[in-house]
Ligand binder design. Structure first.
Ligand SMILES: Cc1cc2nc3c(=O)[nH]c(=O)nc-3n(C[C@H](O)[C@H](O)[C@H](O)COP(=O)(O)OP(=O)(O)OC[C@H]3O[C@@H](n4cnc5c(N)ncnc54)[C@H](O)[C@@H]3O)c2cc1C
Ligand code: FES
Length: 501
């Protein structure tokens, strides 16, 4: 199985080059996923000069791996959100996420962006053998937040005819990269400059300006927005309130009309979801996802895909063959809302991180919020997402998510997974103990070895091999490294240290 999403064949600004030399702008945006590009869009429309800079190609991060539900209700359940944050914050959370869906709708309509955007119903249905009272509690919390909702029985999935269900009108979906290609084009027309393949190594705020340094260049800006999914600006503080989870998606072919066009997800934990995407001729794709686990804590993608496939075929007998399979990472915050706004302790640096399975709507509402704050305006959503908030009610979640770090550091004294490099098969990675050191060893298809310290360059957690994606995952705060040691997901900025055996 090879990891390829349904969206990845849409390239965005492939001609964007590397940053070389000095550049200046009002606002520098680091990261070109939905959070970064939406921020650039809002700021250039308000007359600011903007530079977008990315470590890799434009929009080739987690946004290229999404499943593209545009669902404004908390995907950890509104009842859970209300329990931790209170009814007022829950209402503001819903309003901000719904405003993001409205904003996408308005932008694609005004820019005539052909991105398959459509409004549709969403169905939250009772999971297999799960109690119905979850649905009742959720109904009450959703009504209190002011969202339209209807309680009913049954969804058009086999065996779910008598399940308890909430129907949410005016959810939406789209093709995420066609949408971003459209807004990138509008940004270019409005003077936004794009640099790709330019990892930002350093963000320094001094004398009322921000300097961003790359290997061959430097940007000086009045403000910076760090939209790197996990922030590269904050070294530790915020990362302890965010936990990375790997999540899996399968796309199946299906004849048009076999499944009513809607978003479906169940109340299990982790939950399963189903949605449709328009395909060529009279064939569509059904996306089915779930099987999440804490990043780096499992290396069994084949079994997870097999479970997802059998779950989906049981519920939707008309499914055709599997056309795509992929995984990605989401960042769950301990109190269910992202961290968006001014960086704690900074003046000119703004963040957008921690988005759970709602990173698309977080990215778009975060762009609206950060733009307002940068322009000196107050905003009603500020307190819900404030990066310096103290989520005391979420202490239990904080402890649970951070226990993993202590367990992880203990792994440095454990034996390696292989006793010698000869055990390593071509195309595989594993941990080798070499004296006191743990080594992340990878043998490429040509038999060449790539050996690095198994210590994440963020703050030193022990890495784990991911066979399906062929990368090293860090279970602590979400960094991911390629077999050659280069970081491919923040917060890590530096490459793994090469070692010799
Ligand atoms: C399988 C899956 C399904 C999902 N389903 C949904 C869904 O249905 N609905 C929903 O709302 N959300 C969903 N999400 C979440 C959502 O897709 C993501 O949270 C969102 O796309 C993240 O966008 P982003 O812009 O923050 O990050 P990214 O798209 O990852 O962009 C960050 C960018 O920063 C760049 N970067 C990192 N470090 C540096 C550096 N040092 N210098 C320069 N650039 C750097 C990266 O290269 C990357 O391009 C899903 C996620 C996954 C993985
Ligand atoms: S991501 Fe923080 S230690 Fe690896």
């Amino acid at each position: 199985m090879v990891s390829t999403s349904l969206w990845m064949d849409t390239e965005i600004l492939p001609e964007a080059g590397e940053l070389k030399g000095e550049a200046h702008c009002d606002v520098a945006v680091v990261g070109s996923g939905i959070a970064g590009l939406s921020t650039a869009y809002e700021l250039c429309k308000r007359g600011r000069s903007v530079i977008v800079i990315d470590r890799k190609g434009i929009a080739s991060g987690m946004t290229a791996r999404t499943s593209a539900h545009l669902a404004p209700l908390c995907d950890d359940l509104m009842s859970e959100f209300r329990k931790l944050r209170g009814a007022d914050a829950a209402k503001l959370f819903y309003e901000s996420q719904a405003a993001a869906v409205d904003r996408i709708e308005a932008i694609q309509a005004s820019g005539k962006i052909a991105c398959d955007f459509r409004r549709l119903d969403g169905y939250l249905f009772q999971g297999n053998s799960m109690p119905a009272d979850i649905i009742d509690q959720e109904l009450e919390a959703v009504q209190e937040a002011g969202a339209p909702v209807h309680r009913l029985v049954g969804v058009p999935l086999r065996g779910c005819e008598s399940r308890h269900v909430l129907r949410y009108p005016r959810q939406a979906t789209f093709h995420p990269l066609k949408y971003l290609a459209g807004i990138a084009a509008v940004c270019e027309t409005n003077g936004v400059r794009f640099f790709a393949n330019s990892p930002v190594e350093d963000v320094v705020e001094r004398d009322g300006a921000v300097t961003l340094r790359t290997a061959h260049g430097q940007i000086t800006a009045g403000h910076a927005v760090i939209a790197t999914n996990a922030s590269i600006a904050d070294r530790f503080q915020l990362h302890t309130k965010v936990a990375p989870y790997r999540t899996y998606v399968l796309a199946f072919a299906i004849a048009r009309g076999e499944l009513p066009d809607a978003l479906y997800w169940d109340t299990e934990d982790p939950y399963h979801y189903v949605r449709l995407q328009t395909g060529p001729d009279d064939q569509d794709f059904v996306l089915v996802g779930g099987e999440d686990h804490k990043s780096g804590e499992a290396n069994d993608a084949e079994e997870r895909f097999a479970r997802l496939e059998s779950w989906a075929r049981e519920l939707i007998p008309a499914l055709g063959k599997v056309t795509h399979s992929w995984s990605g990472q989401v960042l769950d915050t301990i109190d269910y809302a992202g961290f968006i706004g001014r960086e704690p302790g900074g003046e000119k640096v703004y963040l957008a991180m921690g988005d759970s399975g709602q990173g698309l709507t977080h990215g778009v509402m975060g762009a609206m919020l950060n733009t307002a704050l940068i322009l000196g305006e107050d905003h009603p959503w500020k307190s819900v997402y404030a990066p310096d908030r103290k989520p005391l009610a979420a202490a239990r979640n904080f402890l649970r998510e951070n226990l993993i770090i202590l367990q992880n550091l203990a792994e440095y004294v454990a034996p390696g997974e292989i006793a010698s490099l000869e055990e390593l098969k071509a195309g595989e990675g594993a941990i080798l103990r070499h004296g006191l050191e743990k080594i992340a060893a990878y043998k490429d298809k040509a038999g060449e070895l790539h050996l690095h310290a198994a210590s994440c360059t963020h703050i030193g957690c022990h890495l784990h091999w991911n066979s399906f994606e062929s990368c090293w995952d860090c279970p602590c705060h979400g960094s991911i490294f390629a077999p050659n040691g280069q970081p491919i997901n923040a917060p890590a900025v530096s490459a793994l240290r090469p070692v010799k055996v």
